[in-house]
Design a protein around this ligand. Sequence first.
Ligand SMILES: O=C(CO)COP(=O)(O)O
Length: 238
Amino acid sequence: MIIAANFKTNHTRAATKAYLAKVTAYIAEAEISDEVMVFPPATALCRSEGDVTVGAQNAWPTDNGAYTGEIGTEQLDEFGIHTILIGHSERRHILGESQEVVAEKFAYFKALGFRIVYCIGEPLEVRDAGSETLMAYLAEQLEGIDLGYGNLVIAYEPVWAIGTGRVPSENEIELIHGALAKLTKAPLLYGGSVKVGNVAPILALKHVDGALVGSGALDPDDFCKMIATAKQINKQEV
Ligand SMILES: O=C(CO)COP(=O)(O)O
């Protein structure tokens, strides 16, 4: 399984350092073999520590240049970062990133062999329009994306579930992940209001290979509890 924490615009460099120290110590002590990723803000980027992969929440498809406010691979290389989130709904909907830009980023980081956690998800009105509209919307978000890319992870994060405390039913998640599994062999993460209290039934669902967690993972102790749950579920599958 893959358990990932997206800090978004939270935590400082010092807080990230302390967070990683706690999580890496836990992983070693609990003999965790699941993949654990942490995406701090750009100002707190650092080298991967122990068995925790540190990834970037965003970067512009360039090595360097004139892109005010952005970072490129020159800044990622400083910390050996080779993992990136692309297509997160907050970048699509709040920051206005088009599918064209998202696909351009995908192509750029794919060419560099990055591990790409590619995010898709529908707003509430699309979900309410029924499963056909929903799947067509998700298909548009996959336009220009190589679903056969070996270093790809897909995160399904319904916009209406992000930061709201609302989660789709287990049936809904299974349906969408099942449809995605027909399109790609990439691991499929669920994201959107995942917490310590609901992570177990979500991770146990068919075609759910992990979770991408925002606010519920800001506390390292909570994140460690979720990692422990993933281990527990793996055991039950064996
Ligand atoms: O957007 C998310 C992770 O990328 C999910 O955020 P929350 O877990 O805060 O709902």
